[in-house]
Design a binder for this molecule. Sequence first.
Ligand SMILES: *[C@@H]1O[C@H](CO)[C@@H](O)[C@H](O)[C@H]1NC(C)=O
Ligand SMILES: *[C@@H]1O[C@H](CO)[C@@H](O)[C@H](O)[C@H]1NC(C)=O
Ligand SMILES: *[C@@H]1O[C@H](CO)[C@@H](O)[C@H](O)[C@H]1NC(C)=O
Length: 289
Amino acid sequence: MRLAVVISLTTACMLIAVEAGNFYQDVDLTWGADRAKILDQGRLLTLSLDRSSGSGFQSKKEFLFSKIDIQLKLVPGNSAGTVTTFYLSSPGPAHDEIDFEFLGNVSGEPYTLHTNVFVDGEGNREQQFHLWFDPSKDFHTYSILWTPRRIIFTVDGVPVRDFKNLAKARVAFPTKRPMRLYSSLWNADDWATRGGLVKADWSKAPFVASFRNFSGEGCPPGPPRPAAQCGGTAAAWMNQALNAASRRRMSWVRRRYMIYDYCADRRRFPGGLPPECNRTAHHRGGAAR
Ligand SMILES: *[C@@H]1O[C@H](CO)[C@@H](O)[C@H](O)[C@H]1NC(C)=O
Ligand SMILES: *[C@@H]1O[C@H](CO)[C@@H](O)[C@H](O)[C@H]1NC(C)=O
Ligand SMILES: *[C@@H]1O[C@H](CO)[C@@H](O)[C@H](O)[C@H]1NC(C)=O
């Protein structure tokens, strides 16, 4: 978002609606040669995957805390073995990362929405969901809100995960490394669908995922600064938390659609669950895979 000054929130929102989604301005196509394409005067981006390669793009800007929204239509039909990713990451091995990944499936079976948070190169905080709609039929909006206090993953405005900064309880949380947005479509048929049992059907290639209406803003890299000096609408979202209504919607999603929660996987953590696990209200207990 190229807003120099926020005159008022209303004006800012108007400008965002107009300005959001010029992929020429906002991203670089980084791999897969012409399998990644920007179309429709910058309003549409498509990634494709065939037997020899996938493809990807990344944001031109890096952010220290950010609000990212994108509309995405996933590979339709038999998408088994494909993975579409949309994540924030800093570079290097001891990196921070906030992940949305979409694991494809055979026709008629649900995609898996996979989320994770890495801090200092360490992840192991997976939570997975099925979606309450077919994500390959239409565009849906996926958002990451990363503030000093929390990371909220949202699908069509419905929060699915609220990862809090519990530094006082010695829970790691990304606050220091600027991150860039990355997105890709690639072949992961050695693990993605039913643990790798179902392979990609290359007779259906190329597989295509489409993106539109990207909006990414946040504080520029550098010393921490007050939200009001970050530009864009940071002042409005930097202290955002879930209100009671959003928390109710999140509980609904997690009750009905969550299929894996590391916080319920005691077999995986025989020495005790990670410390954040008994502090995150509203997570679903019990049903580990
Ligand atoms: C694919 O469909 C199966 C059967 O409905 C389901 O168990 C699985 O979670 C789905 N997703 C993936 C990525 O395998
Ligand atoms: C584009 O995204 C913004 C939020 O980033 C939203 O307000 C707007 O309605 C979206 N536009 C379309 C055409 O969906
Ligand atoms: C909850 O987490 C704290 C550490 O933050 C730990 O000391 C305590 O044993 C945990 N309780 C349960 C029931 O897991």
